[in-house]
Design a protein around this ligand. Structure first.
Ligand SMILES: Cc1cc2nc3c(=O)[nH]c(=O)nc-3n(C[C@H](O)[C@H](O)[C@H](O)COP(=O)(O)O)c2cc1C
Length: 203
């Protein structure tokens, strides 16, 4: 059985800042009775998108690797939390590998008037949350990451309902900051409650 809410950790480091924040959010979600599951992207074999075009003519990807696990988890979930540290001003390579392979979920539609739209192929809706972490300071360092997560969430038919952006892990790691851990937990509770509220109405 797949989880109601999944958490994806884009840091290669277990129990570091991104992992702790995603973990706390999932713990908050769990208190609402929803099932959660965390995935370490670094532990999975995710090959890069080849842009072979297969998914333009099929509803799936032709590469056989651990993305099969994540595809099932994404399709079965009602909420997802994507956490990535900043590496050179951007998301990590692990996160990017996952995102590119989600191209199978988007349709590229060219309209007669020249407009191009990108509807998701997923008919089921989900709520999404982003966790961003940087070593130094400056909220502007998240601009690029937020944009790419928004593109991902569009393709996954996920609404970005919340974000948790933490700067300065070099100076105050998350493990030494009880306030941010409590905030993460509270955000998880809110996410869980919102999922229960929204999706019980849809049934
Ligand atoms: C290759 C690499 C590039 C990084 N680039 C940046 C950066 O551009 N800006 C920044 O603030 N921190 C940067 N950092 C620091 C990480 O964002 C920071 O240590 C973060 O806490 C790592 O996430 P984690 O603790 O969850 O592993 C970089 C770290 C590495 C290893």
């Amino acid at each position: 059985m797949t989880a109601d809410v999944i958490g994806l950790v884009g840091s290669p480091r277990k129990k570091a800042n991104t992992d702790l924040l995603v973990q706390k959010i999932l713990e908050g979600v769990e208190t609402t009775g929803l099932r959660v599951q965390k995935f370490y992207l670094h532990d999975l074999q995710i090959l890069p998108c080849r842009y072979c075009g297969y998914c333009r003519n099929h509803p799936s990807c032709c590469i056989q690797d651990d993305m099969e696990i994540l595809y099932a988890a994404v399709e079965g979930c009602r909420g997802l939390v994507v956490g990535t540290p900043t590496f050179y001003g951007d998301i990590t390579a692990q996160t990017k590998l996952f995102i590119d392979r989600c191209y199978r979920y988007v349709e590229v539609v060219l309209h007669p008037d020249g407009r191009v739209t990108f509807p998701s192929r997923l008919t089921s809706r989900r709520l999404g949350m982003m966790v961003g972490v940087t070593g130094s300071f400056g909220p502007e360092t998240f601009t690029k990451q937020i944009e790419v997560i928004k593109l991902l969430f569009n393709d996954l038919n996920a609404e970005l309902v919340d974000q948790l952006l933490y700067t300065g892990t070099d100076f105050l790691p998350v493990k030494d900051n009880p306030e941010i851990l409590t905030l993460a937990w509270n955000k998880g509770v809110t996410l869980g409650q919102r999922i229960i509220q929204e999706f019980s109405r849809e049934r």
